[in-house]
Design a protein around this ligand. Structure first.
Ligand SMILES: [Zn+2]
Length: 308
């Protein structure tokens, strides 16, 4: 229920932050119907149930209310529920029901992180922009959250250094690697395709992800974001759509959520189990080459088609 209420606030952010009129950008104050301008009554604003009771039409003027509003509320509720029941930083309570402070703090920071990712995802879908008003505070919040041991991993095992300092350094390192590597990929992509390959907002988003999750998970997020983006890009172009410009932020956000919940597992799979399997099966190098070359040819074919 708490997640659904936060989701309701995220709907406000998603609608108001990209507004061109500065007076409409404030996230304070009551909500008004975008069609007739009348104030929305508090009981119609209750997450999910308000939309269900109204059956998706506004009480004031009968305007259609998008299913996206309850969807964002349900998505946020689901995200908070998942963080509570599959906590990435370990259980929030011990067997006797006593609250474990570090894990509880981690849960709170992770709720903030996932909420920001949800808001950024839908703003990017709508406007193809990732507003500074979210990414810049996101970087700062990520570094502050890094003061909580374990959230961004740890940069060394030296017991002489306090856990908070090690975690803070891991967070700063994540900020630099997440932002820096994405900036490098952006510069390379722009040079190869001779047009902007991705926005600078993506660089700031990745710096924020690095500050929250540490540098290993930031690299995993970038890899997964490219993978998800490529799959959706291929699917869109096969359906005859144009590869003109798909927003990258939503796929990076998806990658960040996967990294948050199963980053350690995925890193183990990529860097321990996969090389082990390759060592035991020497002929697997041909399989990898075949997949790599066909993926490259496929991408070139898609690019040629997109140009035409
Ligand atoms: Zn209205």
């Amino acid at each position: 229920m708490f997640g659904a209420c936060i989701g309701s606030f995220l709907n406000v952010l998603i609608w108001r932050l990209p507004q061109e009129d500065a007076s409409k950008r404030s996230v304070m104050g009551r909500s008004y119907c975008p069609r007739c301008g009348r104030q929305i009554r508090w009981f119609d604003n209750v997450p999910v149930f308000g939309w269900l009771a109204l059956r998706g039409t506004a009480r004031c003027c009968g305007a259609k209310i998008s299913f996206r509003y309850p969807f964002v509320e349900l998505l946020t509720a689901g995200a908070f529920w998942s963080l509570a029941f599959w906590p990435p930083s370990g259980p929030v309570c011990d067997a006797s029901g006593t609250l474990l402070a570090p894990a509880a703090a981690a849960f709170a920071w992770q709720c903030v992180f996932v909420s920001m990712l949800i808001a950024l995802t839908f703003i990017d879908f709508d406007t193809q922009l990732l507003p500074d008003a979210l990414t810049k505070p996101g970087m700062a919040v990520g570094v502050v959250a890094g003061l909580y041991p374990g959230l961004a991993g740890s940069i060394s095992d030296d017991a002489a250094v306090s856990p908070a300092l090690r975690s803070l350094l891991a967070s700063l390192c994540g900020l630099a690697v997440g932002g820096g590597v994405t900036w490098g990929v952006r510069a390379l992509g722009s040079a190869v395709f001779r047009k902007e390959a991705m926005g600078f907002g993506d660089v700031k988003l990745m710096a924020m992800v690095g500050a929250f999750l540490g540098w290993q998970s930031a690299l995993l997020t970038l890899f997964l974001g490219c993978l998800f983006g490529a799959v959706v890009g291929v699917a869109l172009s096969l359906r005859g759509g144009l590869l003109a410009r798909i927003p990258f932020g939503p796929y990076l956000a998806m990658g960040a959520v996967v990294s948050l919940f199963c980053g350690d597992r995925a890193i183990h799979l990529l860097f321990v189990e996969w090389p082990d399997w390759q060592r035991r099966n020497p002929s697997s190098v041909y399989l990898v080459l075949t997949i790599g070359v066909s993926a490259l040819l496929g991408m070139l074919w898609l690019l040629r088609r997109a140009r035409r």
